[in-house]
Every structure is written in structure tokens, then in C-alpha cells.
Design a protein around this ligand. Structure first.
Ligand SMILES: Nc1nc2c(c(=O)[nH]1)N[C@H]1C(S)=C(S)[C@@H](COP(=O)(O)OP(=O)(O)OC[C@H]3O[C@@H](n4cnc5c(N)ncnc54)[C@H](O)[C@@H]3O)O[C@H]1N2
Ligand code: MOO
Length: 393
């Protein structure tokens, strides 16, 4: 059994960032840039009014001044006519200012009679103008090392960049194994259960940017597993679930070995998830998850997600947060224990409470949890009030 941190280093060493492809901006959500984008214009491209009102030269900005309204500047249609002293321009939010060195006075602060406006006695100190280049200048580089968010896409659009160079999505072939498994919607026999792993793992991988090939359930025979592996051909990463342990029906390791598996490790000092296996078959990485649904899910969060992140060019290693224990907990054994837990708001840190049972088959408790409380291996008992680390779910 190797420690979790060493296992993480080893699974990350099995994968590398995937090559770049070009996608339209509209397809960029959640993708990861493979190269920086550069602004092709300055934003705003001109001094722009930030308010609806009247533009006037700074020299005319005097309490009670009376000015003649000479023309109009709207967003998308500036005022290009001549301007003399004591002349103002009706201006709207987003419109280019008619000349440098002016001020915009809010329409609600002036009195207008015909084409004449009178400024208030108390003038605002703000010029209500967004200067050219206030947000960014032409050539500005932007290169977030994380999946693009809606806000990123808004900024990149404002930079007038219409296509993106992003890392190709990892293709994940997902193989659930077990004679006992049927798919949701089928009628399970008396000895059968549903393949929940297929769904939680596919969803987790897709959330993390992968394209998932959900392969047919492999039965507990070498032939069935060989067939499933043959369907995984061409994937960047094969993820199996189940059949990883030591029973006679746990065949994943044997069949993968026959296909040329270079094993990086098997079994880690982690609870749940002890029988995790990882390696490489040719150019394809293999992650062999335990069958217990909670174990498979926790291993996917801790190992599959960071692997998919690295394949897309960013660091997705889980970052623990801190909380205060809401109840006493006992000592841990020889494995780091990721306890399903609930968070409740606390004073400075949230309070964390392990759920009633840590059985690795109880999906309901995992679904209802909102954190994994990290109990380091060999840790002694802890008291309510101790500060501990957790991974948010
Ligand atoms: N003698 C030992 N027995 C076990 C050990 C051990 O060290 N010595 N380890 C235990 C631990 S810890 C785990 S975790 C499990 C892992 O077993 P496998 O990876 O071989 O998984 P299976 O035996 O195939 O299944 C375990 C459990 O999970 C259910 N399962 C499997 N696949 C799915 C799926 N797709 N969806 C929902 N549920 C699934 C399966 O029916 C079993 O109940 O081994 C322990 N045993
Ligand atoms: O490691 Mo198993 O995952 O304890 O149930």
C-alpha cells in the first residue's frame, strides 16, 4: 500500500497534456486554453460616456453655467460636428465623447429649456467618462490555466477573439465489471444490482471535461473483459470499476496484464479505495477503480479528476480546506480515511460532522454529504473543536 500523495504523483506521471485544437468561442465553455489569447483592440476603443446626460468641455463646467445643446452622441453613432465654447452635446451611455478633456453631466442634474441647459450650483467631482483603454489595451495577453468560465468568454469576446486554441478533450473509455450489474431501466434479477458506478463516473469525467465512451458492462469472465478492452481502443484513458480486489472473480488486473499492462501500483493506503490500480497499456493510461460505489467515486475525485485536468493542461489536484470538528472522532488505522461528512456554517471556519456510517457501499450518504473529512493515516483520536482538513464535494 502506497500513500495517497505518492499514488497521485504516479497517476499524474501516466498522462500528459493533449494536443491543441481550434474551437469557436461559443464552444469554449469549460475548455482549457493551450495558448494565450491577445486582445486585437483597445477597450474601450475611445473615451466613452458612462452616463446619459450632456457632454461639455471642462472649461465650461462651472456652477450654474448655461450652455447650448449643439448635437447628439449615441452609442454606435458619435457626434462629429464642430464645437465652440459654451456648447454642449446631448450624450448617451456608451457613446464616444466628442473631444478630449470634457465632462459628462447627468441629465437629472441639469435643467433644460429648449436647446439650453443650466448646470447645477453643486457640481459633481466625477467626469462620468470611461477613458480609452481603461479595461485593457490592444495586445493584452490572457491565459487562465483553468477551464474557461462564462466570465472568461465574455472577456475574450470583448478582446475580439473569435476562435480559441484549446487542449483536446480526453477520451475516457469506461468499463464497469460484474455479473451482478444491470443498467438503470432494466429489470435486475434477484441477485443483481444497478451499475451506479457507470453513471457517477461518466458524469464526474464529463464534468472534468472528458468525452466518455460508456462501454457495455463486462461480465466476470476474461473473455468478456478482453472484449470490453478491445472496445476501448483509441481512448486516452481506460477507467474500469470493480474486479480490482483479491477474489477469484476480480479479473481486471489479470486481463490488463495479458494486454501488456505496465503497472504503476496496486493498492493504496486510503479508505475507501484500497484496491486502486493504475498503469499504462501501450499509449493508454489505465485507472482501475474499486467496485464499491463510494470507493470508486472517492478515487475518481482524488485521482481521475486530476489526471483529466493534467491532460487538459492545468493542475487539478484537490486542494483541502479547513474546518472545525463538530464531534469527537476516533483514531485512524493504517490508511488515510476520507470520511463522508456534512458542513454547517461556523464562526470563522465551517463545522464538519462525519455522517452516521462510512460503509463504502452507501451511495445515499455520499450523495447527501458535502465534504470528505481527511483523517491522516495513523492519526490519534480528535476532539470536537480541533481544526481539520476536508475536501469540498
Ligand atoms: N478478502 C478481501 N476482500 C476485499 C478486500 C480485501 O482487501 N480483501 N478489499 C475490499 C475493499 S476495501 C474493496 S473497496 C472491495 C473492492 O472490490 P472490487 O474492486 O474487486 O469490486 P467488486 O468485488 O467487483 O465489487 C465490490 C462491490 O461493489 C459493487 N459494485 C461493483 N461494480 C459496481 C457498479 N458498477 N455499480 C454499483 N456497484 C458496483 C459490487 O456489487 C460489490 O458489492 O473489495 C473488498 N473485498
Ligand atoms: O477501500 Mo474499500 O474502498 O474500503 O471499501
Amino acid at each position: 500500500m502506497i500513500p495517497v500523495s505518492e499514488a497521485l504523483d504516479k497517476v499524474l506521471a501516466l498522462v500528459a497534456p493533449l494536443p491543441a485544437e481550434t474551437v469557436p468561442l461559443r464552444a469554449g465553455l469549460g475548455r482549457v486554453l493551450a495558448a494565450p489569447v491577445h486582445a486585437t483592440l483597445t477597450q474601450p476603443p475611445f473615451d466613452a460616456s458612462a452616463m446619459d446626460g450632456y457632454w461639455l468641455a471642462a472649461a465650461d463646467h462651472r456652477p450654474g453655467a448655461r450652455l447650448r445643446v449643439e448635437g447628439e452622441a449615441a452609442a454606435g453613432r458619435g457626434y462629429a460636428g464642430p464645437l465652440a465654447p459654451r456648447q454642449a452635446v446631448r450624450i448617451f451611455t456608451g457613446a464616444p465623447c466628442p473631444a478630449p478633456g470634457g465632462v459628462v453631466v447627468l441629465q437629472e442634474d441639469v435643467t433644460r429649456e429648449g436647446d439650453t441647459i443650466t448646470l447645477p450650483e453643486a457640481l459633481s467631482s466625477s467626469d462620468n467618462i470611461r477613458p480609452r483603454g481603461q479595461d485593457f489595451a490592444e495586445g493584452m495577453e490572457y491565459f487562465p490555466r483553468a477551464p474557461l468560465t462564462a466570465r472568461d468568454l465574455g472577456l475574450i469576446a470583448a478582446m475580439n477573439v473569435a476562435t480559441l486554441s484549446v487542449h483536446r478533450r480526453p477520451v475516457v473509455a469506461l468499463i464497469a465489471t460484474g455479473d451482478e450489474l444491470v443498467m438503470p431501466g432494466e429489470a435486475p434479477g434477484p441477485d443483481q444490482i444497478l451499475s451506479s458506478n457507470s453513471f457517477v463516473l461518466a458524469a464526474l469525467a464529463e464534468e472534468a471535461g472528458a468525452e466518455v465512451r460508456m462501454l457495455p458492462i463486462a461480465r466476470d469472465t476474461e473473455d468478456s473483459l478482453r472484449f470490453a478492452f478491445s472496445l476501448a481502443e483509441g481512448a486516452d484513458l481506460v477507467v474500469t470499476a470493480g474486479g480490482a480486489s483479491v477474489g477469484e472473480h476480480d479479473l481486471v488486473g489479470a486481463v490488463a496484464a495479458e494486454l501488456g499492462l505496465e503497472r504503476a501500483f496496486w493498492k493504496i493506503a486510503m479508505r475507501p479505495g484500497k484496491p486502486l490500480m493504475a498503469g499504462r497499456v501501450g499509449a493508454t493510461a489505465l485507472l482501475g477503480l474499486p467496485g464499491n460505489p463510494v470507493s470508486a467515486t472517492v478515487c475518481a475525485l482524488l485521482f481521475l479528476r486530476p489526471m483529466l485536468a493534467k491532460m487538459q493542461g492545468f493542475d487539478g489536484r484537490p486542494v483541502p480546506a479547513r474546518a472545525v470538528l463538530g464531534a469527537d472522532v476516533g483514531p485512524t488505522g493504517p490508511r488515510t480515511h476520507y470520511m463522508r461528512a456534512r458542513l454547517v456554517p461556523g464562526e470563522s471556519l465551517p463545522q464538519i460532522l462525519p455522517v452516521e456510517s462510512q460503509d463504502s457501499a452507501r451511495m445515499r450518504l455520499l450523495a447527501e454529504a458535502d465534504a470528505l473529512l481527511i483523517r491522516p493515516l495513523g492519526d490519534g483520536p480528535r476532539k470536537a473543536g480541533d481544526v481539520v482538513e476536508f475536501l469540498p464535494l
